[in-house]
Design a protein around this ligand. Structure first.
Ligand code: TTP
Ligand code: MG
Length: 371
């Protein structure tokens, strides 16, 4: 069949301010006002509507800072079951366009449209159905590979519809800052900038051998990306087996109350990742490392799959209580969920099996001060 229209074979669809959009859909009193979804004990912004973003509010920002930037904002706590339902409905609508849907997170997916005779028309129809039938808006990027499709969907948010043809790719990419390329986080960005590579065009012009010498395979991939080349296929099934989060304490802790406090942080982090990825798990595993580096795991099979912080904490706390007796000290606390239930079919791109290990600056007493 046709290779899409003029090679426009991959779309990236990403809902706009997703959690906030579902809230505004369900609560008319929240419409027309700046809205922040988030909070919880650690108090970070999950997302903000575009009105609140005008004041500078962003995902992952501490709530106190967000409210300083936008004092008139309304704040609501996340309600994941409602977001999951909307996510599932959107996924079904996507599947009515093509069976080739790679879900990247709860509100975002790539669609393979190589066999679609009129991809642009099909996508405009999809966006309209998402508005009419689910009640939220989405932005679309259509191009010839994943890299360009994702960049395109982000270019004109919210309610954007951006097509980047192969011919236009370099013109669009070259002026962008390097952090727009997949895989460039803050550390990589600093390193590239220190080497004088601030824009995508500068990376494209750099000698690939030098990038390889400096960054290994990642450097070569960046070089490809910077020239608009991306051969990653669509992956419509996820191999992820477990999702976990853990905290390495920077000094050993024996006090059960302090360990429970650490567990709470781990549970909040894991719940946020599960919520974003659209995953639940039916088995929970507590992982601990003792001060003498023995690793131990305790698991429990549950009656129903879980992803909410309250459930993770309830089961995790019970497992921890049977382990931490106040005498043994520990250097790491983590939890994982297994037997995954992919209500939003997360993508392996999220690297879910990679353990999210964070170093704590202070041990449990600092946690107590912050709470
Ligand atoms: P995103 O698609 O990254 O953000 P968004 O849909 O809110 O806004 P945008 O218009 O820029 O796409 O994430 C989808 C949802 O995932 C988001 O609504 C809330 C949740 N989320 C978090 O809980 N924490 C985070 O740090 C991020 C980035 C998202
Ligand atoms: Mg989104």
């Amino acid at each position: 069949m046709a290779d899409g229209a003029a090679g426009l074979s991959i779309a990236h669809v990403d809902c706009d301010a997703f959690f906030a959009a579902v809230e505004k859909r369900d609560r008319p009193d929240l419409r027309g006002v700046p809205l922040i979804v988030g909070g919880g004990r650690r108090g970070v912004v999950a997302t903000a509507c575009y009105l609140a973003r005008r004041c500078g509010v962003r995902s992952a920002m501490p709530m106190y800072r967000a409210l300083r930037l936008c004092p008139e904002a309304r704040v609501v706590s996340p309600d994941h079951p409602r977001y999951r339902r909307a996510s599932g409905e959107i996924r079904l609508l996507m599947r009515s366009v093509t069976p080739l849907v790679e879900a990247v997170s709860v509100d975002e997916a790539y669609l393979g449209l190589a066999d679609c005779p009129a991809p642009e028309e099909a996508l405009r129809g999809l966006v309209q159905r998402i508005v009419d039938e689910v009640g939220v808006t989405a932005s679309v990027g259509l191009s010839c590979n994943k890299l360009l499709a994702k960049i395109a969907s982000d270019m004109d948010k919210p309610e954007g519809f951006t097509v980047i043809s192969g011919e236009r790719a370099l013109e669009v990419l070259r002026p962008m800052p390097v952090r727009r390329l997949p895989g460039v986080g803050p550390a990589m960005e600093r390193s590239l900038e220190a080497a004088g590579l601030c824009s995508v065009g500068e990376v494209a012009d750099a000698d690939p051998q030098e990038l390889f010498a400096r960054y290994g395979g990642v450097g070569l991939r960046l070089s490809d990306f910077a020239r608009g080349e991306d051969w990653r296929p669509l992956v419509t099934e996820s191999p992820a087996k477990s999702v976990s989060s853990e905290i390495t304490l920077d000094r050993d802790v024996a006090d059960p109350a302090s360990l429970q406090e650490t567990l709470r942080e781990v549970a909040e982090d894991l719940a946020a990742r599960l919520g974003k990825a659209g995953i639940r798990g039916r088995t929970m595993v507590l992982k601990m490392t003792t001060s003498d580096f023995r690793r131990l795991t305790r698991s429990r099979r549950l009656d129903a799959p879980v992803c909410e912080v309250a459930d993770l904490l309830r089961v995790g706390a019970a497992l921890l209580a049977s382990e931490a007796d106040g005498r043994q000290s520990y250097r790491l606390v983590g939890i994982a969920v297994q037997d995954l239930d992919f209500w939003a079919e997360a993508s392996p791109l999220l690297d879910l099996e990679a353990e999210d290990s964070r170093q704590r600056r202070q041990a449990a007493n600092e946690t107590a001060c912050r709470s």
